[in-house]
Design a protein around this ligand. Structure first.
Ligand code: HEC
Ligand code: HEC
Ligand code: HEC
Length: 127
């Protein structure tokens, strides 16, 4: 996880913001909409990690390709646990307002469909 950690440390979510707020890894990579979905995903991800570490091996993992699976391993409920007020802001730019209104009306996008790089800055270079 070293490249992921370094790319996180370099990012807004790793504390590079005016208030110094740090997000933890699991806040984004686990659902935050209740204990049952959190526990189920934690178990699923934990068993998968165990399987890969013990049986399949990590040597052949194509981490660049796996970035494209970001919709599967980040959760809108996690983003919204902090960014609850994105629609209430009066100072944000119009592009954001329009995009977010569509999101809450229920289009087929997730937060990281548009914000693909949040959490890690220049991950490909660290990889
Ligand atoms: C703000 C939300 C957020 C936080 C916090 C966050 N991540 Fe991520 N993570 C993402 C997103 C979005 C991607 C896809 C990034 C990309 O493709 O550039 C990702 C990708 C990943 C991947 C897959 C990388 C690949 O090449 O397949 C791993 C593993 C990962 N993160 C681990 C971590 C670890 C470990 C931490 C804490 C040190 C962390 N993440 C913190 C949002 C986050
Ligand atoms: C623990 C709280 C927390 C979580 C969870 C979180 N964020 Fe953030 N986010 C922040 C903070 C704090 C900032 C910096 C605000 C500032 O600069 O004043 C920020 C900034 C941002 C920005 C603007 C800066 C940039 O990097 O472009 C975007 C976009 C963003 N977050 C999207 C997301 C998305 C998408 C997720 C879910 C994958 C997410 N955030 C999860 C707290 C969080
Ligand atoms: C259809 C694309 C799209 C989707 C989906 C989307 N956003 Fe955005 N978002 C934007 C655009 C465009 C901006 C303004 C330019 C920028 O900062 O990238 C923005 C800006 C932001 C910002 C910076 C502050 C602001 O309001 O200008 C935050 C935080 C943010 N989005 C969080 C989220 C979260 C959390 C989700 C999921 C609930 C989400 N976005 C879903 C397109 C989107």
């Amino acid at each position: 996880m070293r490249p992921m950690i370094e790319a996180f440390e370099a990012s807004v979510h790793g504390g590079r913001n005016p208030s110094g707020t740090r997000t933890t890894c699991v806040t984004c990579h686990l659902p935050q909409d209740g204990w049952s979905s959190l526990l189920i995903e934690k178990m699923r991800a934990g068993l998968h990690a165990y399987w890969v570490e013990i049986v399949a091996g990590t040597a052949d993992i194509d981490w660049q390709a796996k970035r494209e699976e970001r919709l599967a391993y980040t959760f809108d409920s996690a983003c919204l646990s902090c960014h609850r007020t994105i629609l209430l802001s009066t100072s944000q730019d119009a592009r954001a307002q329009i995009a977010h209104e569509r999101f809450f009306l229920g289009n087929d996008k997730k937060c990281v469909s548009c914000h693909q790089r949040v959490g890690h800055v220049e991950l490909s270079e660290f990889l």
